[in-house]
Design a protein around this ligand. Structure first.
Ligand code: CU
Length: 102
């Protein structure tokens, strides 16, 4: 997560069972929040703040925020594409995706 309000890189490809670590290298807080309809079916929803639905995450923005210097890790076991966004900066295009290969 960068000062340009972007995830860098915006697309990451991993093998199933792999882990992605997000690091906030900017001065302002960001979230990593999955789009509920844009992750593989029958997959556990994820968002920073440990919310189980996108609506809950959006309703509790303050609890989703990752501060400067902090990290968030996610391990994904199901192949597919996982699209996510930053709640405060979604409208500015702060979005990314994780591609999990089988
Ligand atoms: Cu952000």
């Amino acid at each position: 997560m960068t000062t340009a309000r972007r995830y860098e890189p915006a697309t990451v490809t991993i093998k199933k069972g792999g882990t992605v670590t997000f690091s906030n290298d900017s001065e302002e807080p960001h979230s990593v929040t999955a789009y509920e309809g844009r992750i593989p079916a029958d997959t556990r929803y994820f968002s920073t703040g440990d919310f189980s639905t996108e609506e809950q995450a959006r309703d509790n923005v303050a609890e989703t925020l990752v501060q400067n210097g902090d990290t968030f890790e996610i391990t994904l076991t199901k192949p597919g594409v996982y699209e996510y966004f930053c709640i405060p900066h979604e409208s500015q295009g702060m979005k990314g995706e994780i591609v999990v290969e089988s």
